[in-house]
Design a protein around this ligand. Structure first.
Ligand SMILES: [Fe+2]
Length: 385
């Protein structure tokens, strides 16, 4: 009997709803056995878990996915899905908004809270529409959603995009993934920064390209956008979010985030090009920055680049203590700081020029910014290719 890679390889706890199996093996005796068989056979094939209590929905979804490209696993209830996810490597979860036991967003929220599954992309399918539904879906941490009736082309495009993303995440080694997740959690401590890291990654790469830097340097800038402040993980909220002036002792603690960040990341060989960014992104052109008081070209170029992007983004983002500056105002502040001797004059001039031509759009708050996600994915793909 032939073997189809698009094969229903398991219903957790739902024997009565077994889909026709196309396997050249003995009849399955348990979910575990089914997985073992298929895991061995299709180790390289992405696995998609569909969670929906309506069989016809699962069948329809499966029929839209290209044969031979994916393994499909199915669960009728979230509790069954958790069991599958606990034991097996799943590359994408597609869940219906309306399910038994809990709704799709609550299910997704639980996945995203679990370290093991937090990086697994989740696509929610819904027949409900409206901004409230959309907000509920993305508030839960879901990566994408699709509205019924499903369009096969759209389903395939979304699935392909999410699996690309997952493959990239997998390509980082586990420790690096944890570091990125840690960096994201640091960013998420501040609800006012929005997509700060994403914007830094985009602006940094844009400047790197304008300077003709190598792909390796551009990738370092991309990663630096996410990792540069990872050392803040150890800084108390009382200091990090203090309104008003920090005391000298508090500043001392704050400054440590540069060296602590370097310590966190320095054991990872692949992050070696990012370390100068993490350590030196608060240096100043005239030597008055920290942690080393480096001057001018002693400051690593990548750190100077990220610094300009970092300051610009902080200025153009609204914070509780200040409104969002216009791009013109932010550039003027950068130019003023250059006059004071703090910034690299050539770099600021280049950035000002690029800003006048228009920076890439990176949506600040809207989690439904599919375009942003796709362009970030495309950028990352381009850099690691
Ligand atoms: Fe910093």
């Amino acid at each position: 009997m032939s073997v189809s890679k698009q094969t229903a390889i398991g219903f957790a706890g739902a024997q009565a709803q077994q889909l026709p199996l196309v396997l050249d093996t003995a009849p399955e005796t348990s979910l575990e056995a089914k997985f073992k068989t298929n895991d061995e056979r299709f180790a390289e094939t992405p696995t998609i878990l569909i969670v929906d209590h309506v069989e016809s929905n699962r069948q329809r979804l499966k029929a839209m996915l290209p044969l031979n490209s994916y393994q499909i696993v199915e669960a009728t209830r979230p509790s069954d899905a958790f069991e599958i996810l606990e034991k097996h490597k799943i590359d994408l979860v597609i869940a219906d908004f309306l399910m038994q036991e809990m709704n799709g967003p609550d299910f997704c929220r639980m996945l995203k809270k679990n370290r093991k599954t937090q990086l697994t992309p989740v696509l929610i399918v819904t027949s409900l529409q409206g901004s409230e539904i959309e907000i509920a879906i993305f508030d839960s941490g879901a990566d994408e959603f699709l509205v019924k009736p499903l369009q096969p082309t759209l389903v395939r495009t979304r699935v392909r995009g999410l699996l690309h993303n997952k493959a990239l995440t997998d390509s980082l080694d586990e420790a690096e993934s944890i570091l990125f997740a840690l960096a994201q959690s640091v960013e998420q401590r501040d609800p006012h920064t929005g997509k700060h890291c994403e914007r830094l990654a985009v602006y940094g790469v844009m400047l790197g390209k304008a300077l003709g830097l190598s792909r390796r340097d551009q990738l370092a800038l991309y990663r630096g956008g996410f990792l540069h402040d990872i050392g803040k993980v150890g800084i108390p909220d009382a200091i990090l979010f203090k309104r008003g002036r920090l005391t000298e002792a508090e500043w001392e603690t704050m400054r440590i985030h540069t060296t602590r960040g370097e310590e966190i990341c320095c054991r990872m060989k692949t992050l070696a090009p990012v370390l100068p960014i993490i350590r030196s992104h608060h240096e100043r052109w005239n030597g008055s920055g920290y942690p080393d008081g480096l001057r001018e070209n002693e400051i690593p170029l990548l750190a100077r680049i990220l610094q300009v992007a970092d300051i610009y983004d902080a200025l153009t983002t609204a914070r509780p203590y200040k409104p969002a500056y216009t791009p013109e105002h932010a550039v003027q502040v950068l130019l003023d700081e250059t006059q004071r001797g703090w910034r690299d004059p050539e770099l600021v001039a280049l950035f000002a020029d690029l800003t006048r031509k228009g920076l890439p759009e990176v949506a600040a708050e809207s989690p439904s910014a599919t375009g942003t996600r796709q362009s970030l994915d495309a950028l990352r793909l381009e850099l690691i290719r």
